[in-house]
Design a protein around this ligand. Sequence first.
Ligand SMILES: C[S@@+](CC[C@H](N)C(=O)[O-])C[C@H]1O[C@@H](n2cnc3c(N)ncnc32)[C@H](O)[C@@H]1O
Length: 260
Amino acid sequence: MPDSSLSTPGANFSLKEEIRSYWSGRAATFDQQVGHAIKSDAELAAFQSLLRQSFGTEPREVLDLACGTGEITRALLSLGHEVTAIDFSEEMLARARAKHGDRARILAGDAERLLDDDGIYDALVTRHLVWTLTDPEVAFAEWFRVLKPGGKLLVIDGDWINRSWLQGLLNRAATFLRERAGAAPHGADRAAFDSITSRFFFREGLSAERLGAMLRQAGFARIEAADYARVIKAQQRHAALHDALRLASSTRFALLATKS
Ligand SMILES: C[S@@+](CC[C@H](N)C(=O)[O-])C[C@H]1O[C@@H](n2cnc3c(N)ncnc32)[C@H](O)[C@@H]1O
């Protein structure tokens, strides 16, 4: 069972503190950025479809790892799952709690060092956490440990470091159009972002292939791509042009792994 204390031993303690502080600083505007808050019925339906295909149609005990402002938790709750959601940023947690109250157990905790007993969850889901991990081998072993046999892990993430030529072009076009539209800046602290990303384990970028290999090493089996394209299409349909381009300017993927 996660505890509200955040004792995080280990060599990466100060980096983790910086990461926590960075995300806390982004909590107030996080939902305004494209691809974060669920903006339409079509997007919610796409998430529901992804979650049903991944975890089945029955309500399950699910852990949302690094829940942020609680948007994946929202999709899980809409399907009747029993949700525990953890994050190490109190500012993020406050927003998740404001949305969901006691419909989910929303707790402070380190996703790399869980305090749960072994084998208690049917499924784990995490969006946009893995690329920021400081110690993914430890994290994946922990996630394997808390899953029941046959349990599922769904990782939604992307490569936010490397871009193909076309993705680079789309990204520049998105920035140009965004500035021309006079959209408010995201409020992210660029220097802090560069400083922490340069020390992430996946500082060279995260690929589905590398993630799959590491999950296999951690003991997971049947690692398969899950259909995330429908979610992105739904997000693009309700986005301004510059945000729709931004969504296309990085490689995004979802991987489903099973604890055999
Ligand atoms: C990009 S946000 C994603 C939030 C949410 N999963 C979503 O997709 O909307 C990354 C989140 O991971 C959290 N986080 C990063 N490392 C963490 C860790 N080791 N333990 C718990 N939370 C962590 C941050 O506080 C932040 O809320």
